[in-house]
Design a protein around this ligand. Sequence first.
Ligand SMILES: NC(=O)c1ccc[n+]([C@@H]2O[C@H](COP(=O)([O-])OP(=O)(O)OC[C@H]3O[C@@H](n4cnc5c(N)ncnc54)[C@H](OP(=O)(O)O)[C@@H]3O)[C@@H](O)[C@H]2O)c1
Length: 340
Amino acid sequence: MSQKVLYLQSKQGAFAVGANKIPHPGHGEVLLRVTAAALNPIDWKVQAYGVIVNRYPAILGMDAAGTVEEVGAGVTGLAKGDRVITHTQYENKHAAFQQYVLAVADFTAKIPAEVSDDEGASIPLGLDTAVIGLFGSQYAGLVAPWDQPGKYGGQTIVILGGSSSVGAYAIQAARLAGFSTIIATASLRHEEYLEDLGATHVVDRQLSPSDIKIEVESITSSPVKTVYDAISTKETQETGWLLLAQGGKMVVTLGALVQPGTGDTRQVLQVSGVPYAPQNRDFSRVFWRHLEVYLEDGDILPNNIEVLPDGLRGIAEGLERLQRNEVSGAKLVARPQETL
Ligand SMILES: NC(=O)c1ccc[n+]([C@@H]2O[C@H](COP(=O)([O-])OP(=O)(O)OC[C@H]3O[C@@H](n4cnc5c(N)ncnc54)[C@H](OP(=O)(O)O)[C@@H]3O)[C@@H](O)[C@H]2O)c1
């Protein structure tokens, strides 16, 4: 049986729709009919810079939602017909930009009726990056809400880039952890949306780092011990560093561009949001076991989404929009089954 897939044909080359065999799941895997696949900045970076992927033609895509078609050996808790989301990987049988994907059961979760497949596809990479960065022991190392809900009452957290996919999930994770003051930077048109997710204050992201500091100090006098910088440009890292109290931790999603000086007790930590990374695997297995309940209870809401036209063929243009920074407060989602 054959399926349609989107190939990145060569290093820094063009995308093209092609055909490939539908695989069978191995031990610990399920075969998914992909109804929705989300686009992430990393997908355009792989094409533009030729990084991460070594074998071509390559299939990209880290986020998929769909229906279980076949269950591999050793898998419990998933059955044919289940609607699920999965954190996919850059290997041709395991990447999201195709009509059928092999999903690793450990990082696959059922979604409730309230969450559509398109919305569900926005969850895996963005949420994993937020949750691993905040609660993973290598990163901010906060106590996870499934171990102790609401531990951080009375404390403040700052999330830079609250309207990004990762930022929107970081706000919700901080709410679950109980932070009393959750300050997010974003374009102010997203204020209401971010407050619905749990931000207590939204500060205009266009302000200079020193003006953001003035705003934050007018909101709270308590020290900022945790900053999550979802954007991690030079400017946002400088802002976060300016806000971070001694002894505090700043999580960045790209390479660290600030450094503690002598006697400085602050730390900057670059998160890997990939649950397959050896340092994240055990932590992420536990988190994905809790995820179904968070989604069922409405404790984690998906990103706003925009569905792209033309199935897999619409992805190339969507990635160009992401690269040009033209997507604001939404995740782009493609429907592979609609590929002509
Ligand atoms: N380390 C990892 O494993 C990992 C995993 C996932 C993502 N990432 C990286 O993390 C970054 C974010 O990814 P994403 O998918 O969340 O991005 P995204 O959703 O595509 O980000 C778009 C949003 O960024 C906001 N933004 C842009 N510049 C900003 C600034 N200076 N201050 C505040 N907000 C700003 C925009 O906000 P407004 O619309 O409000 O203006 C827009 O809503 C990317 O660089 C990505 O490659 C890393």
